[in-house]
Each structure stands twice: as C-alpha cells, then as structure tokens.
Design a protein. Structure first.
Length: 96
C-alpha cells in the first residue's frame, strides 16, 4: 500500500502537477513565473499570428507564460494561487 502525503496537521494532500498554460487566458503578467521556485515556467513572446518569438522581438504582439520544465513541478500550486486569469491547468499525480 502506498503512503498518502499529508500536510503538517495530518490533512491528506494530493499534489496537482502543472500540465499547461492556456495562452488565450494568460495575460502575461509573469506572477506565476516569479513565484515558481523550481524554474517550471518562463515567458514567451507571440506574434500577431500566434507564432512564438523571443521576448522583446520587434514582431512580438504579446507575452505569455509557457511550461518549460514540466518534470520539475512539485505540485505546490503556488502558480495557480497567484494567477488571476485562471490560465494554469493542473492534473493529479494519478493521471500522470
């Protein structure tokens, strides 16, 4: 039988791991990227046509957050807690 992760007070805890960021909902504020201590997220530029480009490129129309190191996510959900646009999608460990 596998041990159930618990919080400090003994409450069962099910980590939810990052799966994706919805580029349509993301406003590019960068709060999620700043709060992630594990380098899971980064910022990416998008052109008017939706093509990726470097941040700051003259063709850049807007900036969004992207998942760059999915495997480093520890399931803390700090990114979701600071995302006002609800753009971050998570999955439970059982779905991996």
């Amino acid at each position: 039988m596998e041990a159930q992760p618990l919080t400090r007070d003994g409450t069962p805890w099910v980590p939810l791991y990052i799966e994706s960021v919805d580029e349509e909902k993301c406003i590019g504020c960068g709060r999620c990227q700043k709060v992630c201590a594990h380098g899971v997220l980064d910022m990416q530029g998008l052109t008017e046509e939706g093509e990726t480009c470097p941040v700051g490129d003259e063709e850049m129309e807007r900036i969004v957050t992207i998942v760059v190191q999915k495997g480093k996510c520890i399931g803390c959900n700090a990114c979701s807690m600071v995302c006002g646009s609800k753009a971050i999608n998570h999955i439970p460990a059982s779905a991996l």
